[in-house]
Design a protein. Sequence first.
Length: 110
Amino acid sequence: MAKKPSNYIGEFEELVLLAILSQGDNAYGVMIHETLEEATERSITIGSLYTTLSRLEEKGLVQSWVGEPTPERGGRAKKHYEVKGSAQLLLKELQAARQKLVNLNGVEVR
């Protein structure tokens, strides 16, 4: 039974969700990892990524499945990830809240 989606996520969880969305059907561990490191210009351990992916799945925000084995991976299959609709709504709400805060009293993000 899937857990009810959480209405709170941390910064790294948000970045992981956005990285998954940016990869579309090609969202699997290595691609998500590369996307995150490139976008954040930070070194991210693969372990912290997989821990976060697992937590997002437990929260009901991400679902995963195992694809077909591929020759380039020595016959091993890739685990793919997809952002669920509830997480996309949550991301939109976070973006709107950020924009409201930026708009307060003409705050400029520099």
